[in-house]
Design a protein around this ligand. Sequence first.
Ligand code: E4P
Length: 223
Amino acid sequence: MKLFLDTANIEHIREINQWGILSGVTTNPSLVAREGKSMRDCLMEIAEIVKGPISAEALSLDAEGMLREARELASIAENINIKIPMTPQGLRAVSILSKEGIKTNMTLVFSSNQALLAAAAGATFVSPFVGRLDDIGNWGMSVVEEIVDIFDTYNISTQLIAASLRHPMHVVQAARAGAHIATIPYEVMVQMVKHPLTDIGIERFLKDYEKIKDLPSTKQETK
Ligand code: E4P
């Protein structure tokens, strides 16, 4: 499962990119708004750092508007794909964009039927929102499991991005379900690294090494 960062924050993207584990970035209008920059500036800065797929969201509600925005956003960098909401107009836009070779990420997906429609329209990615389903008392990850099953059965090439992930166990569950990609908030990515036994282990190794670090070597150097 590839790991994407779900943010528009440049410092966070730069930091996680340095770990060498980052395959892409997803943004949405709420995430960009938090940064107080224009969508275009934000995307240009992200594209300077990230070479993998970057999702940028179209905001029009009609297909014509979506197409106009999509073409404009896609021209910012060759690795930008366009997030289109799951609506009839959105499906129409995705099917046209896929024929034009513009990559799309069908967003705000909450059911397997919506994912099937996105795939039939030719979406490159489909993003089921796990956390928002959990928020209303549904088991969000079951939608990811179902979509993976269906896509596997029919050899569907649309890639599933497990989105709206809120905590580290969501990432584990998405991986076990067979999601192609998990898009992860910065805070969750940082939590994923941590384990108290790792910290205790490092402390103990450093303490034990103190006992021998000044001992001279008695062996001759060999060339
Ligand atoms: C990513 O594609 C989504 O926009 C994002 O994961 C939504 O997350 P949220 O439900 O926590 O806002």
